[in-house]
Each structure stands twice: as C-alpha cells, then as structure tokens.
Ligand binder design. Structure first.
Ligand code: HEM
Length: 181
C-alpha cells in the first residue's frame, strides 16, 4: 500500500472514530442522562455538576467534534481534488451528500460552541451562587433570581442538545448513504 493511501486511511479512522464518539455522546446525553437527571431532581444536580463542571463534558465533546471536522475536511479536500474542483464535486450526488453531511455536522458543532457551552457555564455559575447563598442576600441580586433562572436554562440546554442531535442525524444519513446516490 502506498504512503498516501495510509495517510487517508489514518484520517478515515480518526474521522469515523471521533464521529462515532461525538454522536454517541450527544445521543446518550439526550436520550438517557438528561431524562434521568430530571426524573430524580433535585438529587441529580450534584451528578450533573460533576459531569458538566469537574469532568467538563461539553468541552470534551467539542474537542472530539473538532477532530471529526478537521479529519473530515482533509478527506473532503482530497475528494474535491479528485473530482476536479469544488464545482465538479458538487456536480456529483456523492459530493452533494458529503457537503450536506459536513455542513450539518459543522452547524451542530456551532450550536454546541455558541449555545450549549455558554448556557452550561451559566447554569454551573448559578448552581455555585445558590449553594453559597446561605449568607446575607446581595443587594444587587435578590436571592430568588438565580433559582428562577435555573429551569429556563435547563430547558434551553435540553432544546440545544436536541437540535444538535437532529443535525447530527442528518449528517449520519448523508455520510452513510453518500456513495449510493
Ligand atoms: C458527526 C459527524 C460525522 C460523522 C458521524 C461522519 C461519518 C462518516 C462516515 C461513516 C464516513 C464513511 C462513508 C463511506 O465510506 O461511505 C464518512 C466519510 C466522509 N466524511 Fe464524514 N462524518 C461526519 C462529519 C463530517 C464532516 C464535518 C465532514 C467535513 C466536511 C465530513 C466529510 C467526510 C468525507 C469527505 C468523507 C469521505 C471520505 C473518503 O472519501 O474516504 N464528515 N463520514
């Protein structure tokens, strides 16, 4: 096997391996972890704080997503080059399917980076505020404000995670079927 083939085999393994871990993590979070934490609330709060705070789950998923995207873009450039350029690649059904899959995956990554990540950070900060609110109430922020914001932020993180999962579902259909169109 020539060296260039090994290079792309390594990128395919990285791409598909990281993609499986990315989608699997979001799937597990949406389908099992979030409903379980909600079902046993408020007992699930320390578990979620450990998972999202100390273990930095969102940051780690975003790192795995970056590996998927970078390796995917390298494979995309190779396929585009083989097809004779961007226009020619988009002239094939394979190219269109790969492009749709790539764009929806990158959109899911952006939802995580600019939506889920700041919302989770705010939730963790509110959790710390509530935990330390045994002292005298702050004149700027009435004691009940952090508590009132928590359910809205929890709902937002659930919606954002479902949007990400939906976009990744489109990616999987596109990537898995691209060569058959
Ligand atoms: C969660 C996200 C992703 C998953 C699960 C995923 C999954 C896959 C799978 C299973 C294949 C193999 C398809 C086959 O051989 O028939 C593949 C190929 C490919 N993916 Fe993705 N992908 C993801 C994101 C992306 C992104 C963001 C890009 C970048 C534009 C991309 C570009 C490609 C390309 C160009 C190929 C063809 C590789 C080749 O010709 O050897 N993928 N992907």
């Amino acid at each position: 096997m020539i060296a260039a083939q090994w290079f792309f085999i390594v990128f395919r393994i990285l791409h598909i391996g990281a993609g499986v871990a990315w989608v699997g993590s979001v799937f597990f979070l949406v389908m099992f972890v979030q409903p379980s934490a909600a079902a046993i609330a408020p007992a699930g709060a320390p578990f979620m704080a450990e998972l999202l705070g100390a273990r930095r789950l969102v940051d780690r998923i975003l790192i795995i997503a970056s590996v998927t995207i970078v390796a995917g873009l390298i494979l995309y450039l190779r396929d585009m080059n083989d097809a004779g350029g961007f226009g020619d690649f988009l002239g094939t059904n394979y190219g269109v399917a790969m492009t749709i899959g790539g764009v929806t995956a990158i959109a899911a990554f952006l939802v995580g980076l600019f939506g889920t990540r700041p919302a989770v950070q705010r939730l963790l900060a509110l959790g710390r505020e509530i935990a330390s609110s045994e002292g005298p109430p702050s004149p700027d922020l009435p004691a009940e404000v952090p508590t009132l914001q928590v359910p809205a932020l929890q709902d937002l993180t659930k919606i954002l995670a479902r949007i990400s999962l939906g976009l990744l579902g489109i990616t999987i259909i596109a990537m898995a079927t691209a060569r058959y169109w």
